[in-house]
Design a protein around this ligand. Structure first.
Ligand code: FAD
Length: 463
């Protein structure tokens, strides 16, 4: 049983405040309600105390304070997690948003990034040098949570998942110690944090391999939702045999409104969002088979990499209601294609959607045990999201999402990408890590035997 922060005497909080350079925020402070907002407006947690860390020392003092006072701890990076895992009830939130720095080494083509940075900040810093680190598909996501869970996005087929590009990290462990992990130092921890989430410690600095990416050729192509089965069948054959330079994730979705043309508004589509990172002179050739499928709409062309990374930012501002369900898939056979048509045709609100991200190309050539990310041989990481700005629609989007998942789960590979899940319990966490779970549990026992870092897709210390 954890101690609630409110039951600590004020002198204990005052002593803690005197150790910290960052800000402490308590429920009685005027900025408390703003501070406890996360990206998903469905999350409504009431932490006992926030500590906005500005340096590694703040993180160490915070970890020691929480451990000595038996507090529940949540760690917040970008605050994007669907299940609100950057917050906890009654405990201490160690907020990393003040630990931001980015250093691009153009000789090594590496990037050092603070534990609290967002991906848009990294893209901004690397772009002038013609470099990019593989991340997700939206710029407001935190580097911390996305990286520690895996990182699936536009560059996965050419350069692998984000974790495949993580060279080193600095971490504060549950006992307050500070370690550097890489291929030569603390190798078990280095293995565990490449997919095992925030279970092992607080990462204050990441070092990534960057790649030469400046202008990409990409954007969306849409087909009427009635063509879902035909387009998905074609897509599966096409993407499995496409050059690594070409990435495209497939979606069932609604065109919500501007910036898309008016005649498409509020209609349902099967869409593919492409990103080609090869030689621009060959882009038209790469897109010829896609255009031969006669999309009803396309907005594909050359654009700076940060532009494709921010394409959805405007449509998906923070604070909306989000309900998530996820699974990985090997195939897109006729039975599951029929379910995508059925549930794609009944999308309940304009922003609700389903995405399947290809796990092929370089991302699939990393061994199944090389990192904790277990589904290297599944061909897709899928996610279904019910989304709407109006809390009155929370039940409607949740029910649709659950029913869609129930109908497609029997055709899945059995588990999900952990960053696409909400809080679905221990069995689903085990299913996500599959054959890698036991090794993660042993490493957890060695470095966090009391499960101090428990507000995450939790790996329990082995018995
Ligand atoms: C709109 C949207 C789009 C997305 N698109 C993608 C995508 O394209 N690809 C993809 O792979 N994922 C995507 N995601 C999922 C995303 O990877 C997860 O939501 C991830 O958890 C977000 O990380 P965060 O730091 O913002 O979250 P937070 O809520 O701050 O944290 C999530 C978890 O990570 C831990 N954590 C965060 N930072 C640290 C740190 N520095 N050290 C230790 N633990 C830490 C937290 O303790 C918590 O358990 C998307 C999410 C959203 C909402």
């Amino acid at each position: 049983m954890k101690t609630a922060v409110k039951s600590l005497g004020s002198s204990i909080i005052d002593d803690f405040a005197s150790q910290i350079r960052g800000e402490l925020i308590l429920p009685e402070n005027s900025n408390y309600d703003d501070t406890r907002k996360v990206y998903n407006g469905m999350i409504n947690k009431h932490p006992g105390l926030f500590v906005k860390c500005v340096d590694v020392a703040d993180v160490i003092y915070s970890v020691n304070f929480a451990r000595e006072n038996n507090l529940l701890v949540a760690v917040r990076g970008g605050g994007h997690n669907a299940g609100g895992l950057g917050l906890c009830e009654d405990g201490l939130v160690i907020d990393l948003s003040g630990i931001k720095f980015i250093h691009v080494d153009t000789t090594e083509k590496t990037v050092r990034v603070g534990g609290g940075n967002l991906w848009g900040e990294v893209d901004h810093a690397t772009h002038p040098f013609g470099l990019a680190v593989p991340a997700g598909i939206i710029s407001t996501t935190g580097v911390g949570g996305l990286t520690l869970g895996g990182g699936v996005g536009h560059l996965s087929r050419k350069y692998g998942l984000t974790i495949d590009n993580l060279l080193e990290a600095d971490m504060v462990l549950a006992d307050g110690s500070f370690v550097t992990v890489n291929a030569n130092q603390n190798v078990d921890l280095y293995w565990a944090i490449r997919g095992g989430g925030g279970n092992f410690g607080i990462v204050t600095s990441f070092k990534f391999q960057a790649h030469p990416v400046k202008t990409v050729f990409g954007g969306p192509t849409f087909w009427p939702i009635e063509k879902t089965e035909e387009v998905m069948s074609w897509y599966h054959d096409f993407i499995m045999n496409a050059p690594d330079e070409l990435n495209g994730f497939i979606a069932t979705m609604v065109v919500p409104g501007p910036p898309f043309p008016e005649h498409l508004h509020n209609k349902k589509f099967v869409g593919i969002i492409w990103c080609y990172v090869g030689d621009l002179d060959k882009a038209e050739e790469a897109f010829a088979p896609i255009r031969a499928m006669n999309p009803i709409f396309e907005h594909v062309g050359p654009m700076p990499y940060p532009a494709i990374q921010t394409l959805f930012d405007g449509l998906l501002p923070p604070g909306m209601q989000w309900y998530w369900r996820a699974d990985c898939f090997n195939d897109l056979g006729p039975e599951i294609r029929a379910q995508h048509l059925k549930f794609g045709s009944s999308i309940p609100t304009p922003l609700s959607q389903m995405h399947l991200y290809p796990i092929s190309g370089v991302a699939s050539r990393v061994g199944k045990e090389e990192t904790p990310w277990a589904f290297r041989d599944a061909n897709y990481a899928g996610v279904i999201v019910g989304v709407d700005p109006d809390p009155a629609n929370a039940e409607k989007i949740t029910e649709w999402c659950k029913a869609y998942w129930d109908a497609t789960h029997p055709y899945s590979a059995g588990g999900a990408y952990s960053n696409f899940m909400m809080d679905e319990g221990q069995e689903r966490v085990k299913a996500s890590y599959k054959h890698n779970y036991d090794r993660l549990a042993r490493i957890k026992k060695e470095f966090d035997p009391s499960n101090f870092f428990s507000v995450n897709q939790n790996i329990r210390p082995s018995e």
